[in-house]
Write a protein that binds this ligand. Structure first.
Ligand SMILES: Nc1nc2c(c(=O)[nH]1)N[C@H]1C(S)=C(S)[C@@H](COP(=O)(O)O)O[C@H]1N2
Ligand SMILES: [Mo]
Length: 333
């Protein structure tokens, strides 16, 4: 760490996690650390109503230093957000250049190393998310409005793709549970359905792979969506999401295979019955609705017993629920 930077308690990295200076780059880290100091001051005298700031589904106040952006498009002062120390890792963080250039995002390409370049021109500002279905508060939200109402936090999570590669990443977002609570689902709502953008003009993978059932959709039970781990995500590595990681809004579900963590969300719908999903529609025998990480259930075409860490290539045993059983096992008892 640079000697002049004194770490605040919320910046402490998880056990064995790589310091921020490694993944952000020293100069940019110093810059963002400075901005974060300003954000702390601004946050303290923010004009957001206290009620609107939210206390989190668990009743704990979110550990965040983030201030509200002053206008649409002004998102970067929110980063880096305060790290929630509850989520620690048993492995090093994946270096950002590795994580950001090995990407599944079929709207752009099935070539993991091509997605970053091909997604660069997706227009993400302005961006709205329609909340609809069985809720008391249906409405269309601008992403910047969401960020004005809800404060952000950073979490270090393991990520496990169904293809048996894995990484560990610092995400920035807000508990999906808090967003869901603000929508006030009706008693009849039992599932949440998420839909990604459908813009073949901007997404070459949607143009040339017309056999896929675009747009990409995913779904969760309401209990899963309101589990503490489910993160409505707007940032990664201490800055807003780049397009390849699902800008400006995605979810992250660290106990499930990566394809459940849908990117580029434009619609969140509360429904009574289990919705169809993209991969389950394409290949139902290989990708089920629940898709929890489970080393004991092989994919029909390969074992899930171990995973390969991006960057080092090291093979490590896969853990049930990707190591998050404490938080989620009760959902499947
Ligand atoms: N809309 C959309 N979301 C998606 C995908 C996709 O193709 N389209 N791929 C999924 C898969 S398989 C994985 S592993 C992760 C990878 O992206 P990440 O590295 O940004 O998490 O995104 C998931 N979300
Ligand atoms: Mo994946």
């Amino acid at each position: 760490m640079p000697a002049i930077h004194i770490r605040r308690p919320w910046e402490m990295s998880g056990r064995l996690a790589t310091p921020e200076s490694v993944y952000v780059g020293r100069r940019r880290f110093l810059k963002t650390a400075g901005l974060s100091g300003l954000a702390l001051v601004a946050g303290a005298c923010s004009d957001r109503p206290a009620a609107a700031r939210g206390t989190g589904a668990t009743g704990q106040s979110p550990a965040s230093s983030a201030a509200a952006p002053s206008q649409a498009g002004d998102r970067s002062p929110l980063y880096p957000a305060a790290r929630n120390p509850a989520y620690t890792l048993d492995r090093d963080l994946t270096p950002e250049p590795v994580a950001s250039n090995t990407i599944n995002y079929y709207e752009f390409s099935t070539d993991k190393s091509a997605v970053t370049e091909l997604s660069a021109d997706l227009v993400t500002e302005p961006w709205t998310v329609e909340v609809t279905g069985l809720v008391k508060k249906p409405r269309t939200w601008g992403v910047d409005e969401i960020l004005r109402v809800h404060s952000l936090e950073e979490r270090l999570y393991r990520h496990r793709c169904v293809e048996a590669w894995a990484m560990a990443v610092p995400w920035t977002g807000l508990p999906l549970a808090r967003f869901v609570a603000a929508c006030e689902p009706l008693a009849a709502a039992r599932f949440v359905r998420f839909t990604s953008f459908n813009r073949p003009a901007e997404a070459v993978g949607q143009r040339v792979q017309s056999w896929y059932p675009w747009p990409y959709t995913e779904g969760l039970s309401l209990e899963e969506a309101t589990n503490e781990l489910a993160l409505l995500t707007t940032g990664i590595y201490g800055h807003p999401l780049p397009n390849q990681h699902g800008a400006p809004l995605r979810i992250v579900l660290p106990w499930k295979y990566g394809y459940k963590s849908i990117k580029g969300i434009v619609k969140i719908e509360f429904v009574a019955s289990r919705p169809a999903t993209f991969w389950n529609t394409v290949e139902p025998a290989e990708y089920d609705f629940v898709s929890n990480v489970d080393p004991g259930i092989p994919h029909p075409r390969w074992s899930q017993a171990t995973e390969r860490l991006l960057g080092t290539g090291e093979r490590v045993p896969t853990q049930i629920y990707n190591g998050y059983g404490e938080q989620v096992a009760h959902l499947y008892a």
